[in-house]
Write a protein that binds this ligand. Structure first.
Ligand SMILES: Cc1ncc(COP(=O)(O)O)c(C=O)c1O
Length: 361
């Protein structure tokens, strides 16, 4: 190596994608929608004049989202995936010497985004039940904390933050600290106690809510997400963003998805039912799991994680493996369910030999 790189960047692992599945296996490693794109979305993409640059301000899409949420368009920001907006906001608020606080384990992109900004990650372990320990997180705020990320439902554990928990937390967070509520899986949440960030924006001047078209709306490959929050904070994100990165096909597809939302939310309903079916079957197998609220479930396989993932793979299930904590499995095609449950039944046999494991009662 000849060129001097920032040592903290050289030490980072480049992003590793969920592994591609063998042709007869199910790729349940990236929380994607198993449904193919709607014809109306395909038509919208095909109609794009992508010899031209896109509208840098995504005016039509932002206006549409603004109307939907009853906010001015200036309080909506779009990015090439909500992960791009996360990066922009972290960079806008935190730099060397500053701290960014989040729960761990949570979305695997957070540590890298913080390192790239030059700031320092401060992580707070999940509480029993795989949930955010918001009291401990509030207590971990220092005068160097610039950003707190709260992920609900949490990736990868699929556990929500409740409205009451979030209200108590926000009461303790100084208003100078930016709170990012990452709601990438909001559409899959049915629990009436869950927090929903957008109605809270009027109450908390330091709150930004992140949403995405990647999951419920099935546009993961087109890369479009959005943030709702105070205009000056989103302006700072816009200032750090690479211009023109939300492409015209992505903007048009997002609008077509909103035009056809009822059909897409029906699909979400199907996945929620499938999630319940899987949870019930897992409980019958002896798994003791907190309720899942995203389009994925979490198997806390602990020290057995690598071995358990091998069992899943042998059954044609490619999941996201986080040794030594557990395995995240997306809710996928109907045909994947039986294979998954056969695999988990076999994993149970292995785990029974290690009773300290939390996943089994
Ligand atoms: C919690 C969470 N936030 C954000 C994202 C980013 O989604 P996207 O960049 O596709 O909008 C993901 C994707 O997996 C996620 O799990």
């Amino acid at each position: 190596m000849v060129v001097t790189l920032r040592p903290e960047i050289a030490a980072l692992q480049p992003y590793r994608q969920g592994r591609p599945a063998a042709p007869d296996a199910f790729k349940l490693s990236s929380n994607e929608s198993p449904f193919p794109p709607l014809p109306a979305v395909l038509d919208a993409v095909a109609g794009s004049s992508f010899n031209r640059y896109p509208d840098a301000a995504a005016t039509v899409l932002r206006t549409r989202l603004a109307e939907r949420y009853g906010v001015p368009p200036e309080q909506v920001h779009t990015g090439s995936g909500s992960v791009a907006i996360l990066q922009q906001l972290i960079q806008a608020a935190a730099g060397p010497g500053d701290e960014v606080l989040y729960a761990w384990r949570s979305f695997e992109a957070y540590p890298g985004l913080v390192t790239v900004s030059g700031a320092t990650s401060v992580t707070v372990p999940l509480a029993p039940g795989e949930k955010h320990d918001l009291d401990a997180m509030a207590a971990a705020i220092t005068d160097r904390t610039r950003v707190v990320i709260v992920c609900t439902p949490n990736n990868p554990t699929s556990v929500i933050v409740t409205a009451d928990e979030f209200a108590a937390f926000m009461a303790k967070v100084p208003e100078t600290v930016l709170v990012l509520l990452d709601e990438a899986y909001a559409e899959f949440v049915t629990d009436p106690d869950a927090v929903h960030g957008i109605p809270l924006l009027a109450r908390h001047p330091n709150l930004v809510v992140l949403r995405t078209f990647s999951k419920a709306y099935g546009l993961a490959g087109l890369r479009v997400g959005y943030a709702i929050g105070p205009e000056y904070i989103l302006d700072a994100a816009r200032s750090t963003a690479i211009p023109l990165s939300v492409t015209e096909p992505a903007q048009r597809a997002a609008l077509a998805a909103l035009d056809n939302e009822a059909e897409l939310l029906e699909r979400v309903g199907v996945l929620i039912e499938r999630r319940s079916e899987i949870e019930n079957a897992l409980a019958a197998q002896g798994w003791r799991l907190p309720p899942a609220h995203g389009n994925f479930i979490w198997l806390p396989t602990g020290a057995q994680t690598t071995a358990a993932a091998e069992v899943l793979e042998a059954h044609g299930i490619v999941a996201r493996v986080f040794p030594p904590d557990g395995i995240r499995v997306s809710i996928g095609e109907p045909e994947s369910v039986e294979k998954l449950l056969q695999a988990t039944a076999q994993v149970v046999e292995t785990l029974r030999e290690t009773p300290e494991n939390a996943g089994l009662g």
